[in-house]
Design a protein around this ligand. Structure first.
Ligand SMILES: Nc1ncnc2c1ncn2[C@@H]1O[C@H](COP(=O)(O)OP(=O)(O)O)[C@@H](O)[C@H]1O
Ligand SMILES: [Mg+2]
Ligand SMILES: [Zn+2]
Length: 320
């Protein structure tokens, strides 16, 4: 991943812990067990995913010398899988997402590994460059993204785009959970828009959830503006607080009627736009958060305790 530390994408409550686990790969009906693979685990909710650092193993799985699955499995077994983690990272190749028809034809057992590998290659590549404009090949076209990134959350990293200054590119973090987040984000964006919640329009979405292009939202996230509002009785503070309270109340009503669109109302997901002393809230991230329980939600607690806590967490993992 891009950061040393990552927040759990499922419960958003805890920093993921590195663990070693056995991992089974199903290749055309044959199961290859890798006895010791690096994974990340959430101490709070039990979420577990292969670590983005381990995905180079796909390079070995798809090394061209293995003509057939049988040969590949034999090679993996003889290698005791160990050698596959010692490969050097690619450094010369362009930052690119490959052909989506190739991805479609991959065996189910290795598709996620391929996609993890692809995203981790692009994200780590961008992270290593640091600043400036960098081309990224997206299956269908090339975009030039601006570094450093515009924003980051538990599931994705978001970049400004040179070719369309009204749009941003969001890349999913290299794990199936986060790609699924982007896929569902794409699916439910229209629902929110049609229910009067302002959301950024989706311009283009990868069918695998690896990336999407969205309209750039005006305003700033609540996580960024919160500490600039002044004391609780300052007019700006009161305006933003009251607007956010109404906005969240409306969203929670919507989640009761339509639990399938439940998202996280974290301060990273809510945008605040203040113009001529009027304030509006927008929902920047429509991706699902099915584990969230809003049955005892208290806005006062959210505003006074949860937001500062979230900001501290985002800083600790480098999202802010
Ligand atoms: N459409 C957008 N316009 C402007 N900024 C954005 C946009 N989408 C995301 N961002 C920035 O990136 C951050 C993370 O995006 P988000 O969609 O919440 O990712 P995640 O799915 O990881 O939670 C946001 O808090 C915001 O700062
Ligand atoms: Mg988010
Ligand atoms: Zn968790």
């Amino acid at each position: 991943m891009s950061n040393l530390l990552e927040l759990c994408p499922r419960c958003e409550a805890s920093i993921l812990k590195r663990v070693e686990v056995a991992h089974d790969i199903d290749v055309s009906g044959s199961v290859v067990r890798l006895p010791k693979v690096q994974a990340e685990e959430c101490p709070a909710c039990g979420f577990r995913s292969l670590s983005g650092r381990e995905v180079r193993l796909f390079d070995v799985l798809f090394a061209p010398q293995y003509q057939t699955i049988r040969e590949l499995i034999a090679a993996l077994k003889t290698a005791g899988y160990v050698g596959m983690f010692l490969r050097q990272d690619r450094t010369e190749s362009a930052l690119a997402f490959g052909s989506r028809s190739y991805v479609r034809e991959l065996d189910d057992g290795v598709r996620d590994l391929y996609l993890d590998n692809e995203s981790s290659h692009v994200i780590e590549g961008l992270g290593a460059i640091g600043t400036g404009w960098v081309p990224v090949e997206l299956a269908s076209r090339r975009l030039t993204v601006k570094l450093p990134r515009l924003g980051e959350g538990e599931n994705g990293i978001v970049y400004d785009v040179k070719e369309a200054d009204d749009s941003v590119l969001k890349l999913a973090k290299p794990r199936p959970y986060s790609r699924n987040h982007l896929k569902e984000e794409n699916e439910v964006t229209g629902f929110f828009a049609s229910h009067g919640i302002p959301v950024p329009e989706v311009v283009e979405a990868d069918p695998n959830g690896s990336f999407m292009i969205k309209k750039r939202l005006a305003g700033e996230s609540l996580a960024r503006v919160y500490e600039t509002l002044g004391p609780p009785d300052a007019p700006l503070h009161r305006l933003v607080r009251a607007t956010t309270e109404r906005f969240i109340a409306r969203m929670l009503e919507l989640f009761v009627a339509h639990p399938e669109v439940k998202t996280s109302v974290s301060p990273n997901n809510i945008f605040v736009l203040v113009e001529d002393s009027t304030c509006r809230c927008l929902l920047v991230d429509t991706g699902p958060a099915p584990l969230h329980d809003y049955s005892r939600f208290s806005f006062a607690e959210y505003w006074e305790t949860t937001i500062p806590q979230k900001i501290r967490q985002y800083r600790a993992v480098g999202y802010l």
